[in-house]
Design a protein around this ligand. Structure first.
Ligand SMILES: [Zn+2]
Length: 273
């Protein structure tokens, strides 16, 4: 059993355009020659593309994570997200911190059967410990919704970093953290800060988009010190192939028991399946 907790899809009509814009953002930040002549994605960014890739990589269930970059997009995105819910794919919902009705949006998502939401504060431009986001985290906690959020720098967006490990730690002054999942093992490209501020806290960490960037020994140390019972397999597909994520995790020295927890047992527990 393999559960990929961190994937992205777009509706057919906008998938290609959306990926092109994101790739342009990456080459804008990383330099025009970054992986020159290469596609930065491993599959079409549609539901069908995801399902094909899951078959190839032997993924049984994928969690899809949509992102509203403007409050006005929220309703539309959540309507689409609600259609992505079956035995192989479950979409979370989205909310924007600038939305004055954010807590009501969350209550509505809960009523419609969503299991959680995604925040990407690097796009949404709010600090995770800002009052607007704390209000969302508190509402999600009281409703029993999971919150997965981009953490650390973003390969395609400029500083400041709105969800750095120290800011995540500060947010934990206001919520328990037990329903929170920090992507990219707690902070993309900020793993020393993850070790300083987040290791051992109650939050979950996912393994999305770290395989090419995080030295194996530091990954193993973070997972062991944090607790393999609070780490979730995630690839960030289409940005990373889940087969590559799995190969990386199998190569860093985890025990079979730890791999079982990370690849599906922890996810089954928090998804209630
Ligand atoms: Zn992602």
């Amino acid at each position: 059993m393999l559960i990929d907790f961190h994937t992205h899809i777009f509706p057919e009509k906008i998938a290609e355009k959306s990926i092109a814009a994101l790739e342009a953002g990456i080459r804008n930040i990383q330099g025009a020659d970054y992986r020159k002549g290469e596609a930065l994605t491993c599959r079409p960014a549609t539901l069908d593309g995801l399902l094909d890739s899951m078959q190839r990589s032997h993924v049984d269930l994928s969690i899809c994570l949509p992102i509203a970059t403007k409050p006005s997009q929220t309703a539309h995105i959540n309507d689409y997200a609600e259609t992505v819910r079956d035995a192989r794919t479950i979409s979370f919902g989205t909310v924007h911190p600038a939305d004055p009705d954010a807590p009501a949006v969350l209550a509505d998502l809960k009523r419609r059967g969503f299991l959680g939401i995604k925040l990407h504060l690097q796009f949404q431009q709010y600090d995770i410990d800002s009052p607007e986001v704390i209000r969302i985290l508190q509402a999600a906690e009281s409703l029993g919704l999971l919150v997965i959020f981009h953490a650390g720098a973003d390969i395609g967006l400029p500083p400041p970093v709105y969800t750095s490990p120290d800011k995540i730690r500060h947010a934990l002054d206001f919520v328990s953290g037990e329903n929170l999942i920090a992507a990219h093992l707690g902070g993309w490209d900020q793993w020393d800060m993850v070790e300083e501020y987040l290791v051992g806290t109650p939050i979950f960490l996912d393994t999305a988009y770290i395989a090419q960037f995080l030295p194996p020994e530091q990954c193993l140390r973070i997972i062991r010190n944090h607790g393999a019972d609070k780490v979730l397999f995630g690839s960030d597909s289409p940005w990373e192939d889940p087969a590559d994520t799995l190969q990386y995790l199998r190569s860093i020295g985890l025990t079979d028991g730890e791999l079982e927890q990370i690849t599906h047992r922890n996810a089954e527990r928090i998804l209630g399946i």
